[in-house]
Design a protein around this ligand. Structure first.
Ligand code: MG
Length: 452
């Protein structure tokens, strides 16, 4: 059976593969699978949202489900609403950081986490077989609105933050919402924590006039400049659906996600006197060092935030996340949460009473080198097996792709889940060594692909 769901829901180009037929059939499949529950729905700020949302809602109603429409809201707001209230399921219309001509449909389980692969497969089977259970005319569901979801979410985040400390610290923040769904939440959240907030691109607009919605260093040039020019304590940016957060320090340095992951890890281990931390095999060795130094235990998973979230539930973890700025705070909810991540970093600066650049400088420093090699999807599996056979090292981790570990470095060769490529990441204490081991292993895998 073909796959419909990718690593982060169903994605596609609007009015091509992502169209009203897909939306209504997927709504019908989810409704059939739920057999008449209550579903909350939210969107990011894209121009195609109303069109696709209407399709999904039609499908749901035709199968007897009722719908609670939250309007435009970040993905974590919808997830929190599903966790907090009696709705059975959630759906977000979003393509996260993709360009504006893309959109997507993402499903959330009854506990607010992303759906497991097994449940996605059940929905896919109904979708591809078109085995929908339409109900008689007098059983068709209805739509209600709930305008409280954002307020509930803001209160939920603040409950998990020392807001007395943030209020007395009087911090200044420049916040770039990228015209995404975070515009409706983060300015107000940070203000209520006592921050002086200067906003950029904080009006919801699905054409993304400010910049593309992936928070890369190139897209955040204005934020970097404004953070320095306004003399702010930090800069904050979200992706389009505000489940991820990227931070700029007071000097204008773009902090890659693994630096913030390590900073928050250290703080939470200290607050809790140790605990379990879950992250993926692609995370920095700095995480390993910070966890060991602070009496914690680290567990590595495959790449993908739902996998991290479910492992955190199993292991009673105190914190987890990925190196792309997706941070998961289980006391709040088991999913990536951009608002909670921003609030926690502000709290750390407020409580430590040090500039963010000093706090970051205290963390162990490694250099990451990333490269890739093209590999047709049908060759991916056999090439990886052959690559694993050629590795002579004793310390090999096969959790996701092949990770070869040595004393102060590692290299990960991993097939991409979305593109016909192998990603090769290497990390070491110095840049040259990281580049060297990445290129060395790139040659080996490229040679295997060529000969296969
Ligand atoms: Mg996102």
């Amino acid at each position: 059976m073909p796959r419909l769901f990718g690593t982060n829901g169903v994605r596609g180009v609007v009015n091509e593969d992502m169209n009203i037929y897909l939306a209504s059939n997927l709504g019908s499949a989810i409704g059939t699978w739920l057999a008449g529950g209550k579903v909350a729905i939210a969107t990011d700020t894209r121009t195609s949202n109303e069109m696709l949302k209407s399709g999904v809602i039609s499908g749901l109603l035709s199968t007897g489900c009722s719908v609670v429409d939250l309007g435009c809201a970040p993905t974590p707001v919808l997830q929190y609403h599903v966790k907090l209230t009696d709705v059975d399921h959630g759906i977000v219309i979003t393509a996260s950081h993709n360009p504006p001509n893309f959109n997507g449909i993402k499903c959330v389980d009854c506990d607010g986490t992303e759906l497991s692969r097994k449940k996605e497969e059940e929905i896919e089977a109904l979708y591809f077989n078109k085995s929908f259970e339409r109900v008689p005319w007098d059983k068709i569901g209805g739509v209600t609105q709930d305008a409280n979801a954002i307020e509930d979410y803001i209160k939920g985040v603040i409950k998990n933050i020392d807001s007395e400390a943030t209020k007395s610290a009087d911090l200044k923040v420049v916040l770039d919402c990228g015209n995404g769904a975070g515009s409706l939440v983060s300015p107000y959240l940070l203000e209520r924590m006592g921050c002086k907030v200067v906003t950029l691109n904080a009006h919801p607009q699905g054409t993304f006039p400010g910049h593309e919605s992936e928070p890369t260093p190139e897209n955040l040039k204005d934020l970097i400049e404004a953070t320095v020019n306004f003399g702010a304590d930090l800069g904050i940016a979200h992706d389009g659906d505000a489940d991820r957060t990227i931070i700029i320090d007071e000097k204008g340095n773009y902090l890659y996600g693994d630096r913030i992951l390590a900073l928050v890890t250290r703080e939470l281990l200290r607050e809790n006197n140790g605990g379990v931390i879950v992250t993926t095999v692609a995370s920095s060795l700095a995480m390993d060092d910070v966890v060991k130094d602070n009496h914690g235990e680290i567990i590595y998973t495959k790449v993908g935030s739902p996998i991290v979230a479910r492992k955190m539930m199993e292991t009673n973890a105190i914190f987890g996340g990925e190196e792309n700025g997706g941070l998961i705070f289980p006391k709040h909810q088991f999913c990536r949460d951009g608002g909670m991540a921003a609030a926690k970093v502000v709290e750390i600066i407020a409580k430590q009473k040090k500039p963010l650049s000093d706090l970051i400088a205290e963390l162990p420093k490694y250099h990451l080198y990333k490269t890739k090699v093209v590999c047709p999807n049908e060759k991916k599996e056999s090439a990886l097996k052959e690559f694993a056979k050629r590795i002579k090292s004793e310390k090999v981790d096969l959790t996701d792709g092949v990770k070869i570990l040595s004393e102060d470095s590692w290299v990960l060769v991993r097939p991409s889940g979305t593109e016909p490529i192998y990603r090769i990441f290497a990390e070491a204490k110095d840049v040259k060594k990281a580049e060297e081991i990445a290129e060395e292993n790139k040659k080996i895998i490229a040679d295997i692909i060529k000969k296969s």
